[in-house]
Design a protein around this ligand. Structure first.
Ligand code: HEC
Length: 196
């Protein structure tokens, strides 16, 4: 079985994707940086409290924003004589930036390359593809260079090429890698698709 493709890794908001991975493995989707603080905050609202984080907080915030001109009708403009509003605003910003900071600390530790691509690269080495193929100057030239194969071919074609070379290239002299599992084929293809 192929891992299910719930995550659209071609989405630019997913970290670690340099080009499209048409058969993604497990990547953690990460929201745009400007939403990070909110997603971080949501982690504190578990189970029945989830609705507070997803709905109540947002509704209260926008209600307050909308009502602010009606609630705060004091004509004084100088910040120092508007301690409550300025204080509340400052507190809000502190909370937002604290959550953003906590979130960024987690994001920075996440792998930049899809783990599947890393496994694919290892397979490429252990299977000895380099005995016939060259990638950016490394490997032999018995078969075609694969440095940009990701831009030239699609994933399904590459998989067929591995399982049964004859099916895409008549009279192929490349050995068939029919014994690879679906997961290994996926990893290897993800690696090839990300070459550039
Ligand atoms: C014994 C040599 C040999 C080995 C080992 C080998 N290949 Fe090939 N490969 C070839 C040759 C030769 C061709 C092109 C003509 C053909 O199929 O005969 C080719 C073609 C390809 C192509 C098509 C490139 C294109 O754009 O047309 C891909 C992709 C490819 N090989 C990937 C791999 C991968 C991945 C491995 C390792 C799992 C591998 N090959 C191992 C010889 C080899």
């Amino acid at each position: 079985m192929l891992p299910s493709c719930k995550i659209r890794t071609a989405d630019a908001s997913v970290r670690g994707v340099r080009t499209s991975i048409s058969r993604p493995s497990l990547l953690t989707p990460i929201p745009e940086w400007c939403f990070l603080f909110y997603y971080e905050m949501l982690k504190y609202f578990r189970g029945p409290w989830e609705i507070v984080g997803t709905v109540v907080v947002a509704v209260l915030f926008y209600a307050l924003l909308f009502l602010l001109p009606f609630l705060d009708r004091w004509p004084e403009r100088r910040p120092f004589s508007r301690a409550i509003v300025i204080g509340a605003g400052g507190l809000l910003l502190t909370v937002v930036f604290t959550f953003l900071f906590i979130s960024l600390r987690t994001v920075v530790k996440m792998p930049v390359t899809d783990p599947s691509v890393v496994r694919g690269k290892q397979l490429y080495q252990t299977l000895g593809c380099a005995a016939c193929h060259r990638i950016h100057g490394e490997g032999e030239m018995i078969g075609p260079e694969l440095s940009y194969v990701g831009a030239q071919r699609d994933a399904d074609w590459l998989i067929r090429r591995l399982k049964d070379p004859e099916s895409v290239a008549l009279g192929s002299i490349m050995p068939a890698f029919a014994g690879l599992s679906e997961a290994e084929l996926t990893d290897l293809t993800n690696y090839e698709m990300n070459l550039k």
